[in-house]
Write a new protein. Sequence first.
Length: 442
Amino acid sequence: MRVILAHPARMVTLGFLLVMLVGTALLLLPVAYTPSGSGDLLVAAFTTVSALCVTGLVTVDTASYWSPFGQAVILVLIQIGGFGVMTLATLIALTVRGRLGLRTSLAAQTDTHSRSLGDVRGIVGRMLRLVLVIEGVVFVALTLRFRLGYDYAWDRALWHGLFHSVSAFNNAGFALYADSVIGFAQDIWVIGPLCVALVLGGLGFPVLKELLRGRRPRTWTVHTRLTVWGSVLLMVIGVAAFWVFESGASGTMAGQSLGGRAVGALGGGLFPRTAGFNGVDYGAVTEETQAITMILMFIGGGSAGTAGGIKVTTFLILAAVIWSEVRGEPDVVIGRRRIGAAVQRQALSVALLAVGLVISATVLMMILTDLPALDLGFEVISAFATVGLSTGITAAVPASGQVLLMVLMFLGRLGPITVAAALALNTRHRHYRLPEERPIVG
């Protein structure tokens, strides 16, 4: 057991499991749900996993089922999940003891993707300040809009502003409305701050740190270049595709004004980047929009951020590998930097594990339920990529299917590689290399 716990990936996994148990217990308390709630174990567990894994899939209406206490528990779970269980443990250790133990440092290094143990203390502090600043700015913007634009009472405006700012930055997708944010789909003063928060949270802390230094793009690291320009490309594709496919006569934005379609397309193109807010009814979108959304969800956002998916860097590294192979280049080069074989294998492993998991889970869901295959695939990808978008079938999925979705959310948040490392008892190191052979490929 001592060997198992010494591995940082296992510590992160065990930390998530512990918080899941505590969150479920809190949501089972009578004070956590309204009279219309039932205190159901599966509902509490599903909501806890969805919140901690910053997904946003729900089987009940957050606003009417959960009391203010229950909503506050969900908000705390979202913040813990986005910031990282082990990062939070590091802050507690610094506060209580004023120093870091080796195991805690290793776990925080895994969760923050820092390059050395000496960087952990400073990185955690900068992360916390950055999170509070971004969430604070979005909180003020949303609160003022709810108060001045919709005449909310100050207490309601403050609570809704806080809840949705935290949910947006952490790419959680939880909302205090039965229709998510469909009612604000054409309001740029609500959709805009949400999009800013989710994009910044989805870039990842290493990228935000480098951008704040004010360096010129040509001096950026390869990771920052891939994340920033890849995210911009996917945003443009997502917004353009949503505009084209949903502005037609059969689209969800048919008949809207030009400005309304622009705001709707902005949310429709960015929310699938693991934010999970519903700007439209995804059960009514065109099949083309549904397919593009599934692709965007699967790719996700930046590494070491609050977004899910296989990550945009993984996708672009694999694209660079293919491009180099097509051109016959011996090395994979991005931004005048050679990408090592270990990074290539890691990207390939993450992608193939994700594809295999999504396909297997979709087939299993088809066995467990009679719901449409396309909707089930959409739900599975949304859960694994910790997005939270749904065509409206989550509550209709049987208990066994909901447990499967919980497992997918857990695996998607921690990542297939991290979970595999957490379950491995030992790491093998070969001290020799076998003869090389070239099997026929293709």
